[in-house]
Design a protein around this ligand. Structure first.
Ligand SMILES: Cc1cc2nc3c(=O)[nH]c(=O)nc-3n(C[C@H](O)[C@H](O)[C@H](O)COP(=O)(O)O)c2cc1C
Ligand SMILES: [Mn+2]
Length: 487
């Protein structure tokens, strides 16, 4: 499959790729980091306009910010395809998923480079000189609780017992010149579980907040891999080469050498400060509460660093576009590795309910639900099963199946799943207990019905299935003779 991987080794080259594809809007007019940049990038999402690159930010000469880099485009996944290094930006999402599935099956370990070779070390700011407010950190929405430095970030942490290094995207809000919060959710996410271990030892947790790495690094960081999987190896798989890493200055962690900025910090045990709310990927504001916070020990960055911003919100946003594909790939790989074949798995945004198409057989759906329940947050709210002939990427098709093939009694609810606090419908009690139900919708027609019964009651009434081949051929051949434009 054709890729342009060589042309995109870091964020800056990816920006060139976007620009060449007409997917980047350079904004030279002065724009305020407070609300204006956020509103522009949200409207760009809602209009599927090119990603804005703010080149003149009020009060921050020489610094730039790129927003919604892998956000919704026309076609929807174009910028994601370019970020993955695919040449065809119009590749259909199920083909992108199959490509990602293959890449995830071939992880590659990172390669170490010296600080001299690492662009992220061009400027080094020691702890006592650090001031986060020297950077154009956006206050994105009026409904947000503050300035968010970490939206399209990578949070790197290491397990104190096993040495496993985790990469994840977690939202980070600036508290003051030297402190920022991280929304570390202990029950569901790897970073949160690692922090619980440090906290039990009453030790600070070293953390690197990375901004502006190669887009593939951020894509790996937002993918829900299993315990013990190093996202950097999966980024290497997507990239087709090991990701270059360099050691931090003040903490024992390695970071992508080509990143625009690295904030080296420590999360303080036993401390919580105000965090949020924040307009989230569910399309609602979410989670005003307390969160752990980190103290900055050092900042390293490229000269004239480029900051980044994701703009979460009502579909579509940059999370939704990438998430549907990445989660779909993880689900497909997991099920296939357990000999549970499916045709496709896809999330429509926001990514809370996967739609899975398959050829039903005895026990298959129950076993798939069990396999996904045991996984890393792969069933956030529920799951929908449809037959193979339903195009999971087409909501009209999916709704057609749901409204005609789902027997109401096949709607199931299971209690006691771990809850995601960002979901709006949680009751106040569920939000505290972090436990909630989820649903299974089985909209497949019973596979045990006889062929005759299915033919009599369930044959599809469309052009393809409703006429014999000779009539179809004749009508297609004569289409323009009837006066229609040929397609
Ligand atoms: C822009 C963005 C912001 C996110 N913010 C958070 C967050 O604040 N907390 C969180 O737990 N997950 C957040 N996520 C989702 C996680 O990145 C995702 O679930 C990932 O799989 C977590 O990695 P882990 O499995 O290694 O914990 C965010 C994702 C994106 C794209
Ligand atoms: Mn992880």
């Amino acid at each position: 499959m054709a890729t342009n991987r060589e042309t995109s080794k870091d964020l800056r080259e990816y920006l060139n790729v976007l620009e060449a594809a007409g997917e980047l809007q350079r904004i030279k007019k002065e724009v305020d980091w407070k609300l204006e940049a956020g509103a522009i990038s949200r409207l760009a999402c809602e209009r599927r306009a090119p990603a804005p690159m703010f080149e003149n930010i009020k009060g921050y000469p020489g610094q730039r910010m790129a927003a919604v880099l892998l956000g919704p485009a026309k076609p929807l996944h174009s910028r994601l395809a370019l970020g993955l290094g695919l040449e065809d930006k119009a590749m259909p999402p199920l083909e992108i998923i199959d490509y990602v599935c293959r890449r995830f099956r071939n992880p590659r370990p990172p390669v170490n480079v010296s600080p001299r070779e690492a662009p992220c070390k061009e400027v080094i700011i020691p702890g006592k000189e650090v001031n986060l407010l020297n950077f154009p950190i956006p206050w994105i929405k009026s409904i947000d609780g503050g300035r968010y430095i970490g939206t399209w970030d990578i949070i790197i942490t290491r397990d104190p017992d096993t040495g496993w290094t985790n990469w994840a995207i977690y939202r980070c809000m600036v508290e003051d010149e030297r402190h920022f919060t991280i929304l570390l959710l202990p029950a569901r996410q790897h970073g949160g579980r690692m922090f619980a271990k440090y906290e039990a030892m009453n030790k600070p947790m070293p953390v690197a907040l990375v901004i502006g790495a190669h887009p593939i690094c951020h894509l790996a960081a937002m993918t829900p891999f299993d315990n013990g999987v190093a996202e950097v190896d999966m980024a290497g798989g997507l990239l087709g080469a090991g990701v270059p890493l360099v050691k931090c200055e003040t903490i024992d962690l390695e970071v992508p050498a080509n990143a625009e900025m690295v904030i080296e910090a420590e999360v303080m045990p036993g401390e919580r400060v105000d965090e949020g709310p924040f307009g989230e990927y569910t399309g609602h504001s979410a989670h005003r509460g307390k969160a752990p916070h980190a103290i900055v020990k050092c900042i390293t960055h490229r000269r004239e660093p480029i900051h980044t911003m994701a703009n979460m919100g009502k579909p579509y946003d940059d999370y939704a576009v990438a998430q549907g594909v990445l989660f779909g790939a993880v689900i497909k790989n997991r099920l296939e590795s357990q000999d549970l074949p499916i045709k496709a798995a896809y999330f429509h945004s926001p990514g809370t309910v996967p739609i899975i198409s398959l050829k039903p057989r005895a026990g298959l759906i129950k076993r798939i639900v069990a396999a996904l329940m045991s996984g890393q947050r792969l069933l956030p709210v529920g799951v929908v099963f449809v037959d193979e002939d339903v195009d999971v990427t087409n909501l009209t098709d999916v709704w057609w199946a749901l409204s005609t093939r789902m027997h109401p009694r096949s709607y199931e609810i299971t209690d006691g799943m771990s809850a995601n606090t960002l979901i709006p419908w949680l009751t106040p009690e569920e939000r505290v207990r972090l436990e909630a139900p989820f649903f299974v919708i089985n909209a497949t027609l019973p596979y045990w019905w006889s062929r005759e019964y299915r033919e009599d009651h369930t044959t599809i009434a469309d052009f393809e299935h409703g006429w014999t081949g000779d009539i179809q051929q004749a009508v297609l051949k004569n289409w323009s003779a009837y006066g229609y434009r040929d397609e």
